[in-house]
Design a protein around this ligand. Structure first.
Ligand SMILES: N[C@@H](CCC[C@H](N)C(=O)O)C(=O)O
Length: 290
């Protein structure tokens, strides 16, 4: 009988993840294994994978172990590595709570983007301190078919291009990454958000994620959108001392983003575990070497 590997499935505003608990970092997860697990037809299916490892057991996180017991080793659906995943870290915290490693209240989680504080609320919402946005200078353009838009370059630990559009349908089918220029703006690729106004302090987005394609939500993307919209609207809490909050509708739900006067950004939304089961290790090995 083949070995079995435990997994769970979860989502945050329908940004969905395969969760692989592996406290001692004993499971080999090369990019092909991650892509096989995230495959929606031949695998379990997910926009990405959350490898749950004790910080002390992972070479990229050992330096954060004193601050955060657990490391979110996040992978995109194509197996590539990303610096940060905002919905992922909220689902990661929900998993830790379910597994008895965390309780309601605050929890520190190590990520490639540094240690993040996550708050598990009584009402089921999960809030994460996402850190500060960086807005590099320089004009960026993104395009879809014949249309192109100026975009705001926003770094949330990972790269984003935020384009304001009249109609979200103008983003087309988003079956391939929207071209951008100049190429030097994003040497490692980019997540592209298309944003439409819905009312005061209220926007809606569609997103094409680097390494995952169009997804139903992107937490770092929603934060990038909130900051880009605030600056477009002439609001900068670090200058005025007044926090700014945006409701961001994503295809899979709603996220609430607040930028505080110290520049720190908080994101709140749901995080749900929907299933758990076992992966057949023989299948995974075969799928990985195929
Ligand atoms: N869905 C995530 C972002 C995941 C990483 C992204 N695809 C990248 O490559 O930067 C989120 O919720 O932030």
């Amino acid at each position: 009988m083949s070995t079995r590997i435990a997994f769970l499935k979860g989502h945050g505003t329908e940004n969905d993840f395969v969760i692989v608990p592996d406290p001692e970092n004993a499971i080999d997860l090369p990019p092909a294994a991650v892509a096989a697990l995230c495959d929606r037809r031949a695998g379990i299916g997910g926009d990405g994978l959350l490898h749950v490892v004790r910080s002390a057991a992972h070479p990229e996180a050992a330096g954060m172990a004193a601050e955060a017991e657990w490391f979110m080793d996040y992978r995109n659906g194509d197996g590539s590595i990303a610096e940060m995943c905002g919905n992922g870290v909220r689902v990661f915290a929900r998993y830790l709570q379910r597994a008895g490693h965390a309780t309601e209240g605050d929890l520190a989680v190590a990520t490639r983007g540094g240690v993040k504080t996550v708050h598990l609320a009584k009402n089921g919402d999960v809030t994460v301190g996402m850190g500060r946005a960086v807005l590099p200078d320089g004009d960026v353009t993104v395009s879809v078919g014949e249309r192109s838009w100026p975009a705001r370059n926003v770094n949330m630990g990972n790269p984003h291009a935020v384009a304001f559009v009249d109609d979200l349908a103008h983003a087309g089918d988003l079956l391939s990454p929207p071209p951008f220029s100049p190429a030097a703006a994003y040497p490692d690729g980019v997540n592209v958000e298309f944003v439409a106004d819905r009312g005061p302090g209220h926007v809606a987005l569609r997103v094409h994620e680097r390494g995952s394609g169009e997804t139903r939500s992107c937490g770092t993307g929603a934060c990038a959108v909130a900051v880009a919209t605030a600056r477009r609207d002439g609001a900068d809490p670090t200058v005025t001392g007044t926090p700014v909050t945006y409701t961001v509708d994503v295809p899979g739900g709603t996220l609430v983003i607040t930028e505080r006067p110290d520049g720190e950004i908080e994101m709140t939304g749901p995080a749900v575990i929907v299933a758990e089961g076992e992966i057949d290790a023989d299948w995974l090995e075969a799928a990985t070497s195929a």
